[in-house]
Design a protein around this ligand. Structure first.
Ligand SMILES: C[S@@+](CC[C@H](N)C(=O)[O-])C[C@H]1O[C@@H](n2cnc3c(N)ncnc32)[C@H](O)[C@@H]1O
Length: 269
């Protein structure tokens, strides 16, 4: 069964503002494909949200289509529509509006854990042409911060923040996203496939950007729906603790945020 948690306008806006687009991983996917094919006609980014990852595929494919089940997320797609070869469709990941064998690349970026995974893998297999590729990527919740000589202290505080949100994690994703993707990888019957458990992607962001990113987590959103005052209190508490450890009062102070991506790639025979 798939789960729908991305229907709120505020959540979609925060998502667009704070999430990290995985530029480095697009390079990994394209290089994987280049070793195996010359055909870069159609890429489909499933669970595309507001299209931050989708548009990164535009330079490499004749056509890119982002699909998502949430109208609120799709409404955040940039007003000018972004690159001219990118378009969007509202549909479930398990019922993609493409003919059998029509697609060169199916991606899902930080999204496949929400899908009905078995049905999605069958649907991806249906739409991929022989020789087409599947790329699933996501990141762990335990993002790290680097700042001067207090990085360790900051990470202890971050870990407390994640632990406070853990009880609000949706049961559909269980306690480990890595395990979900590892299980999907194991169930993929394509012989040519690769698993990578940790690619550290770094971004310089204001501390408020890090806190904003954590607030986009589905667990924070669950708490916010249940008890908005407690969600706000928790977020301010941890922001203030981080600022105190950094010996600054400005949430605009820049930190390095380390996001630990994991991914798998596979080529349909
Ligand atoms: C965490 S967001 C990731 C968005 C985007 N790929 C990114 O990296 O920023 C997960 C997205 O998956 C979508 N989603 C969840 N279940 C879905 C389903 N069954 N079919 C299609 N989209 C789905 C949500 O609406 C949401 O936009």
């Amino acid at each position: 069964m798939a789960v729908r948690l991305y229907e709120g306008k505020d959540h979609a806006e925060a998502y667009l503002q704070f999430r990290v687009a995985p530029q480095e991983l697009i390079g990994v996917i394209v290089r994987y494909m280049e070793k195996r094919t010359k055909t870069f006609r159609l890429a489909v980014d499933v669970g595309c949200g507001s299209g931050q990852g989708t548009t990164l595929l535009a330079p490499f494919f004749a056509e890119v289509v982002g699909t998502d089940i949430s109208p609120a997320q799709l409404e955040q797609v940039s007003a000018d529509g972004g690159p001219s070869n990118v378009s969007y469709r509202q549909c479930p990941a398990e019922e993609l509006p493409f003919g059998s064998g029509a697609v060169d690349l199916v991606t899902a970026m930080t999204a496949a854990h929400w899908f009905d995974r078995e049905r999605f893998l069958q649907e991806a297999d249906r739409v991929l042409r022989p020789g087409g590729c599947l790329a699933l990527l996501s990141y762990t919740m335990d993002m790290e911060l680097e700042y001067g000589d207090v990085s360790e202290a900051l990470n202890d505080i971050c870990n407390e923040f994640y632990a406070a949100l853990f009880p609000y994690r949706n049961p559909h994703i269980g306690s480990s996203s890595v395990k979900i993707y590892a299980d999907m990888f194991d169930s993929c019957p394509y012989p040519d496939k690769e698993w990578n458990e940790c690619l550290r992607i770094k971004r310089t962001v204001p501390l408020s950007g890090y806190v904003g990113m954590v607030e986009t987590f589905s667990s924070y959103q669950v708490l916010k729906d249940k008890d908005p005052a407690e969600a706000e209190r928790l977020s301010s508490h941890f922001r203030n603790k981080l600022l105190a450890a950094m010996k600054t009062s400005s949430p605009d102070t820049e930190v390095t945020m380390v996001v630990k991506y994991f991914y798998w790639l596979a080529r349909k025979p």
